[in-house]
Structure formats: structure tokens, C-alpha cells
Design a protein around this ligand. Sequence first.
Ligand code: AMP
Length: 417
Amino acid sequence: MQKFIDSYDFTGKKAIVRVDFNVPLNENFEITDDTRIRAALPTLKKVLAGGGALIIMSHLGRPKKVDPKFSLKHILAHVSELLGVPVQFAEDCQKAQAQAAALKPGEVLLLENLRYYAEEEGKPRGLAEDASDEEKKAAKAAVKASQKEFVKTLASYADCYINDAFGTAHRAHASTALIADYFPEDKMFGYLMEGEIKAIDNVLKNAQRPFTAIIGGSKVSSKLAVLENMLEKVDNLIIGGGMGYTFIKAQGGHIGNSLHEDDLMPQALEILAKAKEKGVKVYLSVQTLVADAFSQDANTQVVPSTAIPEGWEGVDAGPDSLAIWKDVILNSKTILWNGPVGVFEIEKFAQGTLQIARDLAEATEKGAYTLVGGGDSVAAVTQMGFSKKVSYVSTGGGAMLEALEGKLLPGIAAIVE
Ligand code: AMP
């Protein structure tokens, strides 16, 4: 049964906590952004303050074998500094029995990178490219079999399990899902996971109406499932960014050299038809900033989105689109934003995305619930300084995207089911 971290008695207990310490490192192995470590601190500190000991586990990068480049030792000193206590290190996450057994309340042990072992992901490694289907099947079965021992060993270190790694919650890995089975009465979410789950519920289950989703980004193909799920939930659907041009072209518009996916035009038309049927209002971009190159010194002009001249490509939403969208946003009580409405990485093409961030901040101030998550819009609001001005900014790109597609994430299912 799921327990809650706030009411759990950690006195004398050892807690094994899955965190997402997959932080970026520079060429000297120094952390360039410690946001992910800081995000797990409330949970880690709660266990220590409650009289427990901590066994922290994470992955770092994508090593395919033991590789010092991806050692969590690089972050040990910083974790210790942020936690305010010394942190011991287990050089091998599968050989930490003695260190775990010796932990006293208030002490902390960080396990070496879980992904040094293929068993963490449960996927075979080192298969020859020309391996036959039989060989692939056998290798998969072998890693699945040894995965059981791997999970059992990790579980043997602790009395309770906490998952606070939202960034990997969409993966059914040993440490994110399978281990929970060993703690039927003592498994729980950390504060970060709880926050993300509440944010998801606030839009997918308990949305105040009107509910508007703003879906942008580059490709329809990567957002198709989100769009389809949103049609079941929202009153208004704003479709912007590169993916919008597929919809405009499918309806007969001229989009010049703008990004588009011809093979997805039938699905785009289907989405529009379904929206009509369900009474969901769709707002495509009516006006576009077009450029003759993908660079800061490109020539630009503002044109109707259905009449983009040859040789020019849509790179941002035009002022008329932004005015219509602003009106929709400010009249909504719940707003979900996934994906930028322009090529915001280039300053000249970032105005539309900046305006959406401003609109969301204004709507939040007026009392709307606003969630930014599951795509590059997170980078945009953070970079533009708006992350504290919206209700919630998700920490998990892929995990949030899958949650918005309506999937129950394995990391969540393992705790609640
Ligand atoms: P996604 O990861 O799907 O949310 O897509 C984010 C990417 O979409 C960003 O790198 C943006 O630069 C890109 N993007 C947004 N609008 C456009 C556009 N009009 N043309 C090309 N790329 C775009």
C-alpha cells in the first residue's frame, strides 16, 4: 500500500531513494546546472530529519558499461554540500551490502551509477548488429532473468522505498518501478513526484473551465498522442510552432518553405474534424513571422499564415495570432503549455514564445492554474525568467509528455497499484 512521506515514521529506518541526479557536467566533470539535485533535497532532508538513513540511487548519462566518465563520484562533494552532511560512496551499486548495513540514522550513502549494469534498464547490451531474432530474444530473456537478482540486491539495503525521480518515471526500470514490489507496505513518492502528480491531476482530472492547451514545438508526429488526448479534455486548443504548418497546408494554405510533415496531413485533418465534433475550439496561427534564413540576421516579414511566399519559412507567430491567443488565454481558468510557438533559440524569432510566457504569467496572477511541461517550453520559460510566475513548471520532459498523452507512468503505477 502506498504510504505518504509526510506521515511516514522514518525513525531508525533505512530509505532507498531513487532520484534523478542526471545533471550536466563540463569537460572537467564539474556540474553546470544542479537544479535536479536541488529538486530532490526536500525529500532527502525529510528522511534525515525524521531519524532515518539514506541510500541514494540514480543514473548519470547513458553508459553502456562501467565508464568513469559517468561516475556519480563527480557529484559526491556537491551532494554532500547541499545536504549539509558527509555522503559515503558505494563504488558498485550491487556490492553495497556492508556499507548499507552499517548506516546509522542521519547517515547517507550514494550508490554508483545504476546504468553501469544492463539490468537497470533491462535491455541487452553488446549484441552484434547482425544478431538474429533468436539471439536477440535469448539476450533479452537473459537480462530479464538477471534483473530479478539486481532488483533484489538493491531492495535488500533498505526498509522503505521512495521514488522522487520524475524524469525517469516513464521508464519501467529496476530502480524506478520493479523495486517497489519489495516494499508492498513501505513505498511512497517523494515531494518532487508528489508535486508533478498533483500538477498532472490539476489539468487532466480536476481542470477548472475554460481549459486551454497550447501545443507547439517542431513536429506533429511527436505531439499527435498529446493532441488526441487533449481533444478529450479541453475547451480550446491553440496549435502553434512548426507543427502548425502541417495543419495549415492540410487545409489548402500556402506555407512556403515552412517546416511540415506531408504524411501527417490526414491526421491533422482528422484532429480538426474531431475537435469540431467535440465542440473544442481550435486556434491555429493566422499570421506568421517569416524569414529567408534560420539566423539572427535573416530578413523577415509578417504575412498571413495561409499565404507564405516561396523561399520564406514561418519562424514565429505574428502579432495578430498572439492577440487572438492572448484573449483565449486570459479567459481560461486552466492552461497547459507544451512546446514553443516559434524558434525561440534565435532571439529575433523568440517574441511569440515570450508573449505566451507573459500571457501565462498574467493569467496566473488573475487566478488561473498554469502548467508548463513536456517540451522545450520549459526551457523557454526558464530562460525567459518566467518559471516563478506560472503555477508549475514540470521537471520531466519525456515523462510529462507521456502523462499528457494519458498514459499511466510505470514509476507512478508501481507505487499506487
Ligand atoms: P518540441 O521539442 O517538439 O517542443 O519542439 C521544440 C522545437 O521546436 C524548438 O527547438 C523550436 O525551435 C522548434 N520550433 C518551433 N517553431 C518552429 C518553426 N516555426 N519552425 C521550425 N522549428 C520550430
